[in-house]
Design a protein around this ligand. Structure first.
Ligand code: PAF
Length: 287
């Protein structure tokens, strides 16, 4: 496995591999690799000749009071795991390599950010879109992989790909869960043991909402009331939001004839957890 920290070195290496006709799969991460990342890596290995993983905790996507400093960093362990999973190339740049000077340009996401996480994390998706565009320019992959757990991120990046005619195919892989249902996340390590036990209730609430959407008996507002109650009655953290929207458009649901997402976020003492379920038209009742 090759590890690069300099942009010009990884570029030269990937240029060479592409000259040899290799298709490059790319899994961008912020490290603290877990089974969720490994499932994207496995999919990328299947669909491409070589797989690049980037490990970079991107300061641009953290707000002033967010967990940039506390975000888990464990590069040596990550490199070992990446190698064991068959990753060919790791790109682990420093912040100075990625942002040698303050950016004079950036991507501004102007639709789909006033809902879900965007509401309480102003500027977050601009930071994500900007770094993803930079990483795609550096790696120039055939395909890039994002997890469905970060559904709003996957939607924003997919929409950016369409808006900017990016040549890379943008692929979304399924959410991977602990046996009790908790979605895997690098932030789970920052839960206390009590919070870890409660954390599964976010998914329980979403599942209940999804079931009601499928049954078609209730309207979105009623569904959300019930699902929110299920979460709030069982956690010590705060439910930041729970919503039902079209996906990937992230617009209010008027009729049940589109794909919809039911998504929620819970703030615990040291970690903010998000989760969602996406339902296709055949799975739903009436709005
Ligand atoms: O999902 C993440 O880990 C990050 O938001 C990403 C896509 C690597 C951009 O920093």
């Amino acid at each position: 496995m090759k590890v690069f920290t300099a942009i010009q070195d990884i570029r030269a290496h990937i240029d060479e591999r592409k000259r040899q006709g290799e298709m490059i799969g790319f899994v961008p991460t912020m490290g603290a690799l877990h089974e969720g990342h490994f499932s994207l890596i496995a999919q990328a290995l299947k669909e491409n000749d070589a797989v690049v993983v980037s490990i970079f905790v991107n300061p641009l996507q953290f707000g002033p009071n967010e967990d940039y400093e506390a975000y888990p960093r464990m590069l040596d362990a990550d490199l070992e795991k990446a190698e064991a999973r068959g990753v060919d190339i790791v790109f682990a740049p420093s912040a100075a390599e990625m942002y040698p000077e303050e950016m004079q340009t950036g991507v501004r996401v102007h639709e789909g950010t006033e809902v879900l996480c965007g509401k309480s994390r102003p500027g977050h998706f601009d930071g994500v879109a900007t770094v993803v565009l930079k990483l795609l320019q550096i790696v120039q992959p055939t395909r890039v992989y994002f997890g469905q757990k970060d559904a709003q991120q996957a939607a924003v990046v997919t929409n950016m790909g369409r808006d900017f005619n990016l040549p890379t195919e943008i692929v979304t892989g399924p959410t991977i869960r602990e046996p009790d249902g908790l979605a895997l996340s690098s932030r789970n390590v920052n839960l206390t043991s009590g919070e870890r036990r409660e954390a599964v209730w976010l998914y329980e609430g979403l599942k209940q909402g999804a079931l009601w959407i499928e049954e078609g008996t209730y309207r979105p507002r009623e569904i959300l009331e019930g699902a929110k109650h299920t979460v709030e009655a069982n956690i010590s953290g705060t439910l930041d939001y729970m919503d039902i929207l079209t996906y990937p458009g992230l617009r209010p649901v008027k009729e049940w004839n589109e794909r919809v997402i039911i998504a929620g976020a819970v703030q615990f003492s040291g970690a903010r957890l998000i989760d969602n379920i996406i339902l296709s038209p055949g799975q739903k009742g009436r709005a």
